[in-house]
Design a protein around this ligand. Structure first.
Ligand SMILES: [Zn+2]
Length: 256
């Protein structure tokens, strides 16, 4: 059974069995802010009841870490809240809400929450949610703890590590990091996952550079930090970005 865990003062995480999804809750003097809303209306109604276990403050703000259904379908249940999401998340999945481009500050009264977008990664519209007074970072699916990072058809495998490295750059050493799915982690975990994401990017670029066909790249089993079956979309998306590989050149007689 899931329960709220207070990982910073008036800042909670609840890890749900369905999709192993993390929901964040930050309470200020003017109301409560919710990070993501679960995958169905029914689950969101349950979430609304669960919120009452820790606060009577109304949910006035909802932030979506990105547009995937397991994080946003419950939005409709929180009718009194203003929904915030990145502009690309709004356009790609046709979601309504208040959008931002690079950064946005939400004033909760006696504390603030910051939303930051640093580039393409898990999607084109990932938002990092920072609670600066307690060093808590909700990273959505930029990081996963209980499974390999999810490379989908809308992911950016060649850019993801660079984006995440910038996120790590703004984190405090004592940061408590909430992944989209799985247990709360620390900055060291995020650094390691950034390295692994970088290895995926480099391996894709290397195969492409060597003239490996897409079909062969999809079957390549070495050099990956995760099983290649989990990286099929990563390889396809990477190849799409890099263009058709040039045919390998034979080592013909060079000068001298
Ligand atoms: Zn996702």
């Amino acid at each position: 059974m899931s329960a709220w865990v207070e990982i910073g003062e008036r800042c909670w995480v609840r890890r749900y069995e369905e999709w192993d999804l993390n929901i964040g809750l930050v309470v200020g003097s003017d109301g409560a802010l919710l990070v993501d809303t679960r995958a169905t209306t029914e689950q969101a109604e349950e979430l609304r009841e669960h919120i009452r276990e820790v606060t009577d403050e109304p949910v006035r703000w909802v932030v979506n870490t990105h547009a995937h259904f397991d994080h946003v379908v419950g939005n409709s249940v929180f009718t009194d809240a203003t929904v915030y999401l990145h502009e690309n998340a709004a356009t790609e999945e046709d979601l309504s809400g208040t959008t931002f481009s690079v950064a946005k500050v939400i004033d909760l009264g006696d504390r603030r929450v910051e939303l930051v977008h640093l580039g393409n990664a898990h999607t084109s519209g990932d938002a990092v949610v920072v609670v600066p007074d307690v060093d808590v970072y909700f990273l959505g699916d930029l990081v996963e703890e209980s499974a390999p990072p999810s490379y989908g058809e809308d992911s950016f495998p060649l850019e993801w590590a660079d984006t995440l490295e910038m996120v790590v750059g703004m984190m405090a050493t004592a940061a408590k990091v909430v992944p989209g799915h799985g247990a709360v982690v620390d900055i060291e975990f995020v650094r390691n996952q950034t390295n692994d994401l970088g290895t995926v990017a480099n391996t894709i670029s290397g195969l492409h550079h060597d003239g490996t066909s897409l079909d062969d790249a999809l079957k390549h089993t070495e050099d990956w930090p995760w099983p290649v079956e989990k990286l099929q979309d990563a390889i396809k998306r990477g190849y799409e970005a890099l263009g058709t590989p040039r045919r390998p050149t034979l080592p013909l007689l060079g000068p001298g």
